[in-house]
Ligand binder design. Sequence first.
Ligand code: CMC
Length: 443
Amino acid sequence: MSGTSAAAPSGDHLEIKDSRTGKSYNVPITDDTIRTADLKQIKVNAEDFGMMGYDPAFMNTASCRSAITFIDGDKGILRYRGYPIDQLAAKADFLEIAWLLRHGELPTQAEYDQWVKDVTYHTYVHENIKHFMEGFRYDAHPMSMLTAGVAALSSFYPTAKNIHDEKERDIAFVRLIAKMPTIAAFAYRHVKGMPYVYPDNSLPYAENFLSMIARMSEPKYEAHPVYAKAINILFILHADHEQNCSTNAVRAVGSSHVDPYSAVAAGVAALYGPLHGGANEAVLRMLEHIGHVKNIPAFIAEVKSGKGEKLMGFGHRVYKSYDPRAKIVKGLCDDVLKISGMSHDMEIALELERIALSDDYFVSRKLYPNVDFYTGLIYRAMHFPTDYFTVLFAIARTAGWLSQWEEMLLDKEQKIARPRQIYTGYAERPYSTKLDYSHKITK
Ligand code: CMC
């Protein structure tokens, strides 16, 4: 990078001419990207702070270098550590994927066996976490309970603050992957008014979770294999999605060097929002609102007018073609509905998709079904309450959040996340007040 009189650098660079000063600058290009910090040299005078990039909502700003997940939104490609999502969903096990995301390679048999053993061993939570969960109101939203439950774990493992100690990161990774389903299941049982069920560590991950959800008086709960398989696949599909809103939240909060439980709690909170993980819940509410296939044209017209709600489960910041996860989920939905029976919601969803995909409004804006369009239907077919759907997403995404958090910590270029702003408020003005504070004075 250099100012006006410097010779052009030998590598790829961007030539910038500032019309305010007539000066020219050369900014290096690496990976089709310039460093916005390199713009800071562009000044009108010495007092000038320097040029910034303005990018609300990070529409065109890379905040990190990451080797975890690759997405090509135009082509509908999603890969974890280079492996295509459809291949992983067809064959892999969620815990294997959690390992892959963190370590970058598939586990050896010995590594996998030890990892499964460790996670299984740590599924129980401290009894006080159980009592803590019992303190919520009967109608608490399970995502609020999960956010608080995960944040509370931080107080049970104070040494997790030693984030630069690899062993502490290892055990935090194990504990969070192991305990998320337990806390999530406690939240489920709480809302239902049912006794909490402890983990059954003779069961695999997905089956154990379903046992904590559904087991009553039977000594052992055996989940329907189609349901257990569906949970395993959905957990894989949701395990990571590069720099989405919640992952960005985990990285940003983690960049202050807080412990991983607190950072993951921030991720759960971000996921709760209806534009992110809450979308599958919103899809089901939308289908309920539509009520019948005959009402779809009127609903679509309302969406297009911009006066009504958006078509939930459609559109994506990154995918401008069919979300590759949505394809897999649609197939999975068929499998689950064969067990539970075709649902009224599914009939509306299929017709809604058909109409939207042939409507120029959606086609021209490249709005296709995203992963959440069909996941809610599967969860409903499996009898999960609507407000519980995002909890299932959060269990899976914990693997991605932690992998991204650790990658951020080990990245020498990363610092505490602290964006700049363009100040639009008042210039300096003198303070004076006419308020009467006398009522506040303790006599
Ligand atoms: N229904 C109707 N119109 C839409 C929709 C939709 N679902 N999504 C985008 N648009 C329109 C939008 O109004 C805008 O139109 P115009 O150009 O006339 O102003 C255009 O398409 C571009 O949309 P945008 O808001 O600039 O796109 P974005 O990248 O900021 O938003 C999104 C992405 C996912 C927030 C948005 O598509 C949306 O709100 N979808 C519904 C919620 C949803 O399904 N979210 C789940 C995302 S996938 C799960 C996850 O990864 O969390």
